[in-house]
Design a protein around this ligand. Structure first.
Ligand code: PLP
Length: 433
């Protein structure tokens, strides 16, 4: 089954494994689900619903596993801020020694607010504005991943104005098909990302001795939720050939930035282990003598978060059962946006056959359905439900659609749970109007 499985697909009960069995940081004590040392039902009661709940231990485990998988190879993990940009989460990564991949001035602002130095930051994105480029130059970031000739012109003009040399790489478009859904595939020639090989070669040579551009690397990011190593292998082989070709022409690149994209298990997917992915990258980077940069988002933070919601009502329409929850598509977009299937379970499990239902939210759209015909079991109003794998591309994609305040975010660390973003108020809804 593809990663972006349609949420209209019906899952056999036997196929549905409780995500607590494969999600670090979450386990049962008796019938109650715990996030580390905190009862999930108690957290829902204390902080209200809907709420995102993250396990710090899960993030740390994921980061350390990936970091140690690269061993002695010179490398920097640049956590992709877009996946989850809460300051509390960014602080966890900063404390682990992580670098960061940003795609906007807003993300740069967040990192500066928590004191991340410029030399831990790489800047990707097809539409960097003049202001964003200027801010990043002033911050002396590690690397600009340039995505068009016009952007390079702008970078040169801003660097010369500020009298600084910009450390840069070209994000190439390797023309490789990958990614779990068409909205998250980025490395094919039909996509807007990166620069084709010939144009990239021309730009490296044109700016070889530039006073304002310091070619430090080459980068590629081919997509997200990639469930096999093959597309990475194809892109890496082309990148390695390109690095060698440039070296023969007198341009020696220090950094090989391989982007992110490693997939995770939401339901029944079988993504490569971090160690296997790292070994694949190392196999290419090592002989080149390059310092490896990676930009993982989902694989570090995705499994660490859940979305807590409460049952408002249940109803039957012509024999079809609906569970109406207090969370909706505005709180968590992935099912509506990418047809993604996220398991939903009860915070208090009980034995017995798992009755099926469509689990939906209050928003006035038929697309406001988290999952269809899902073996949830019997539920009643006020029961707490847990939507799994919500740590990445969850809160960051939330909106105020239907004038719904966005949820709170809670970080669990051992026996403690603290609010890292308060629930929005009614006043927040109209701020600025
Ligand atoms: C340039 C870039 N780097 C890294 C990432 C992170 O990808 P993922 O969360 O799949 O690891 C993305 C996300 O699409 C991206 O666009």
């Amino acid at each position: 089954m593809s990663a972006a499985s349609s949420h209209s697909r019906s899952f056999h009960s036997a196929e549905v494994v409780d995500p607590a069995s494969y999600t670090p940081g979450f386990s049962y004590r008796g019938s109650q689900l715990y996030c580390e040392g905190v009862s999930v039902a108690a957290a829902a009661k204390k902080f209200g619903t809907p709420a995102y709940l993250y396990s710090r231990a899960s993030i740390e485990q994921a980061y350390r596993r990936m970091d140690s998988a690269f061993g002695a190879l010179p490398h920097t993990i640049c956590y992709a801020v877009k996946a989850n940009s809460n300051l509390g989460i960014l602080r966890v990564f900063a404390a682990l020694g992580s670098g960061f991949d940003i795609v906007s001035g807003g993300e740069l602002y967040r990192l500066r607010r928590i004191g991340v130095p410029g030399n831990r930051i790489v800047f990707s994105g097809v539409g960097k504005s003049r202001e964003e480029i200027r801010e990043a130059l002033r911050t002396r970031i590690l690397l600009f991943n340039v995505e068009s000739p016009a952007e390079l012109d702008l970078l040169v003009s801003e660097a010369s104005r500020l009298r600084v040399r910009a450390a840069a790489s070209i994000r190439v478009n390797p023309d490789v098909k990958a990614g779990g859904h068409r909205h998250i595939s980025t490395g094919h020639h039909s996509h807007k990302f990166g620069i084709d090989w010939d144009t990239a070669r021309g730009l490296y040579l044109q700016y070889k001795d530039s006073r304002w551009i310091d070619w430090q690397g080459v980068s590629a990011h081919i997509g997200s939720q990639i469930l096999s190593l093959a597309p990475h292998r194809r892109a890496l082989a082309r990148l390695a050939g390109f690095v060698r070709e440039l070296r023969a022409k007198g341009i020696t690149l220090r950094y090989l930035d391989c982007g992110g994209g490693l997939g995770i298990r939401y339901t029944s997917e079988q993504p490569p282990e971090k160690a296997a992915w790292a070994a694949e990258l190392a196999r290419v980077a090592q002989p080149l003598g390059c310092h490896l940069l990676v930009e993982p988002g989902r694989s570090l933070i995705g499994p660490a978060g859940v979305l807590l919601m409460r049952v408002l009502y249940t109803k039957q329409n012509r024999g079809k059962k609906f569970v109406i929850a207090d969370a909706a598509m505005n709180d968590f977009m992935r099912p509506a946006l990418y047809d993604a299937t996220h398991p939903i379970t009860r915070a208090k499990r009980s034995a017995g056959a798992l009755a099926r239902a469509d689990i939906v939210g209050p928003v006035c759209e038929s697309g406001d359905c988290f999952v269809q015909d899902w073996p949830l079991g019997e539920v009643a109003p006020e029961d707490v439900l847990v939507l799994w794998g919500a740590g990445a591309y969850g809160f960051v994609e939330a909106s105020n659609y239907n004038s719904r305040p966005r949820p709170a975010e809670i970080l669990v660390d051992g026996n403690k749970a603290r609010v890292i973003r308060r629930r929005e108020s009614r006043a927040d809804l109209i701020r600025g109007e």
